[in-house]
Design a protein around this ligand. Structure first.
Ligand SMILES: Nc1ncnc2c1ncn2[C@@H]1O[C@H](COP(=O)(O)OP(=O)(O)O)[C@@H](O)[C@H]1O
Ligand SMILES: O=P(O)(O)O[C@H]1O[C@H](CO)[C@@H](O[C@H]2O[C@H](CO)[C@@H](O)[C@H](O)[C@H]2O)[C@H](O)[C@H]1O
Length: 480
């Protein structure tokens, strides 16, 4: 490993967006190193291939460079380390997402868009593209959005969000593909532009550590891949999770009242959110291919749910007592004998993916589950999968304030009542907005809810162990 790779091997596993937290890093290689700015400070786009348990995953790092010892105090938290990059003098390297002096350049290049070099289709290793008819204002300073999760989002002024995808999967990111298909809808933030590069499609970590060569002998095949997407910043927006959490907090102040009578009832919002969700599903079905799941495909999907359950149980043994109940639910799902319509869906739908603006709900982040291979996320699925995701989120919102609280036994009935009330309101809004009535598809809905809760068990085990009890308790309650 080079000095830079050694530093990255120490820094990347500590980042929230690193998806490989359950396993040690076996190999790490900077597979792409593309300078965007050569001066002081300098900016490079890195594609870092990380091998874990025989499989390679790729991550984007926006690398800032300054002479060692000159990293300003306000960038100290973004430091990766100091290393020799062949300049004669050592360089301080850091996460450039936090340096507005550098991120300004990304906005300028996006504003130039296609038509200026690099020309469409190639030439330049990092390409800046604009959607037809979109103009981008420059000269805005960026700030990293708080609550960084699977990706890193920068807000420019009050105008744009640039979402830098951290884990890179070959091809167009579903967030860009779906947001572009929905452009013009009042329920999505308008997309403007994106950044792309070519990454290797190899997924096998070679024994000698040359991650990603894929065993082809020569140059590995590459695919044009989305690095970042620029879209409208919903400035008047409040996160759905924050709104729901406030409502739950109000209820816990007067837990003896039914949720509809406590201050800050969320049911009206939940109903409107259900209707907005149905409208987006209808628009996706209009714009992108749809199909009906064959019985064989249904069985295959139930099998994939079982596989996920086995994987999660091997990592989190507390799931063991529920395997029988979950298997029964998946088997019932496999036997559903009515046609199950499928289409492109959100894929990782929860309260943190929706914001309430002055004019209504807006859906964000159509990337799907970040840990699921992109080829699976690009497959059409039942819209009830998104419904199940949001119902799980109501359950989370109701439960998370009870984690570690001495008032948990006293508040548990209020938590159940809140989740149930908003579940019903969301489902009614979804049916009213032109979606199927979720209440009439219990077998399908229940299988998707279980599958999502199992995904959450793995997610929490890797990212937030103190919240692991939330999906485990939900599974126990669903199975009771
Ligand atoms: N266009 C936007 N306008 C306003 N807030 C946004 C926008 N995009 C993202 N956010 C905020 O940033 C948070 C994380 O964004 P998201 O796209 O879900 O990133 P991640 O993939 O890292 O979860 C969202 O919950 C939302 O609060
Ligand atoms: O928003 P991301 O695409 O990064 O999604 C991942 O992280 C989410 C947590 O931030 C996680 O969502 C889970 O926790 C939420 C509360 O924080 C809850 O509302 C969701 O229902 C629950 O699934 C999501 O699963 C994960 O993919």
């Amino acid at each position: 490993m080079t000095q830079l790779e050694e530093l990255l091997a120490d820094w990347i596993p500590r980042q929230r967006w690193f998806a490989g937290k359950g396993a040690p890093i076996d190999t790490l290689r900077v597979e792409g190193d593309h300078p965007l700015l050569g001066g002081e400070p300098g900016l490079r786009v890195l594609v870092v291939a990380i091998g874990q348990r025989g499989t390679v995953s790729r991550y984007q790092v926006l690398l800032g460079l300054r002479p060692a010892g000159t990293l300003p105090e306000e960038l100290a938290h973004a430091a990766i380390g100091v290393c020799d990059l062949g300049f004669g003098e050592p360089r301080a390297v850091y996460d450039a997402a936090h340096d507005p002096e550098l991120t300004e350049l990304l906005l300028e290049r996006l504003a130039e868009g296609p038509g200026t070099p690099p020309a469409a289709g190639g030439g330049e290793p990092v390409r800046f593209r604009r959607l037809p008819g979109a103009t981008v204002r420059t000269g805005l300073r960026s700030l990293v959005l708080k609550g960084e999760q699977s990706n890193t989002s920068l807000v420019y002024g009050e105008d744009y969000v640039l979402k830098a995808f951290r884990r890179l999967w070959p091809g167009v990111n579903p967030d860009l593909a779906l947001t572009a298909a929905l452009a013009g809808s009042p329920y999505v933030a308008r997309p403007y532009a994106w950044i792309e590069t070519d990454i290797s499609t190899g997924t096998r970590a070679d024994a000698d550590g040359t991650a990603g060569a894929g065993g082809t002998g020569g140059r590995p095949p590459t695919t044009s891949t989305t690095l970042a997407m620029l879209q409208e910043y919903m400035r008047s927006a409040t996160d759905g999770w924050v709104l729901a959490a406030t409502s739950v907090r109000d209820l816990y102040a007067t837990p003896e009242l039914p949720p509809g009578e406590a201050g800050g009832d969320f049911a009206g919002e939940a109903e409107r959110l259900g209707a907005a969700t149905a409208a987006v599903h209808r628009a996706l079905a209009r714009e992108l291919p749809t199909d009906v799941l064959t019985p064989a495909a249904l069985r295959e999907l139930a099998g994939a749910m079982m596989d996920r359950l086995h994987l999660a149980t091997s990592e989190v043994p507390e799931l063991h007592p529920y395997v029988g109940v979950l298997r029964t639910a998946y088997e019932a799902f496999a036997r559903v004998d009515e046609p199950l319509p499928i289409q492109r869906v959100h894929g990782d739908y929860h309260l943190g993916q929706v914001v309430r603006t002055d004019s209504g709900w807006v859906l964000l982040d159509f990337e799907g589950e970040p840990a699921t291979p992109v080829a699976d996320r690009q497959r059409p699925s039942s819209p009830l999968r998104d419904v199940a995701g949001m119902l799980r989120s109501f359950d989370y919102a109701a439960r998370y304030q009870l984690v570690g609280s001495s008032r948990a036994p006293e508040l548990a009935p209020a938590a159940r009542a809140w989740a149930q009330r908003n579940r019903e309101a969301f489902s009614a809004g979804y049916a009213f907005g032109g979606g199927v009535d979720p209440e009439k598809h219990q077998t399908v809905l229940r299988a998707f809810e279980y599958d999502k809760a199992v995904y959450e068990v793995l997610y929490e085990a890797h990212h937030r162990p103190s919240w692991l009890r939330i999906p485990l308790d939900s599974i126990a309650a669903l199975a009771a």
